[in-house]
Design a binder for this molecule. Sequence first.
Ligand code: PXP
Length: 248
Amino acid sequence: MPLRLGVNLDHAATLRQARYARDAQSSLAEPDPVEAALIAEKAGADGITAHLREDRRHMQDRDIYRLKESLQTKLNLEMGNAPEIVAIALQVKAHDACLVPENRREITTEGGLDCLTHRAALESTIGKLHAVGTVVSLFIDPDPEQICAAADLKAAYIELHTGAFANATGRARQHELQRLITGAQQAHDLGLRINAGHGLNYENVSELFTVPHLVELNIGHAIISRALFTGLASAVKEMKTLCQGYPL
Ligand code: PXP
């Protein structure tokens, strides 16, 4: 299977909120993340990712429902394990849900989820999401203990956090890449499927292609940034072309 591209559109909503936070439902509120999603799908996105944060700083509840109704591909709902958000996820019944840690002061999702400390709470939420047919992914660092815990929790997927790799330079970058390679192999041996994301861009994405067994990359910031200059369709197509370089 070719490497799939999930386009994260949170920052389309960030831009709308910058001006229309008080009136995101107004017909004037732009840009509309759903319109962006339809363009991204047409340009080759294999899925759309949206994070409904507790602080609603970008995506709003209505965006999530509209995305679920409008998409031809699939909605990957990124979510913290908070009761209010879980209740919405159970109503929306997104195709996929990616559980992430959430800290109100972070600019974007920082470290991976701690599946050891939060095991009981995660187990309960994963069970509920499975019951409504949502495929669950756990966003974790490439740490052997976290990967074992994710397998114990019976998640179908992990999403390997590529932020440390993306931020590192020189030998540290090689070290981070090796952690991702080893982690992906371990996860595959445990029967997990593997996505990856965070901090990936047009320059570093091909470097990741030595990581085995990748199913999907979730990329947001770089695509939305490039879209300002080239348009969203072109930005998505370019990333999709890069993804086609992943060895099958
Ligand atoms: N995957 C997860 C779990 C994330 O939290 C994010 C950021 O919202 C991304 C992927 C996309 O990261 P970026 O915007 O750096 O491409």
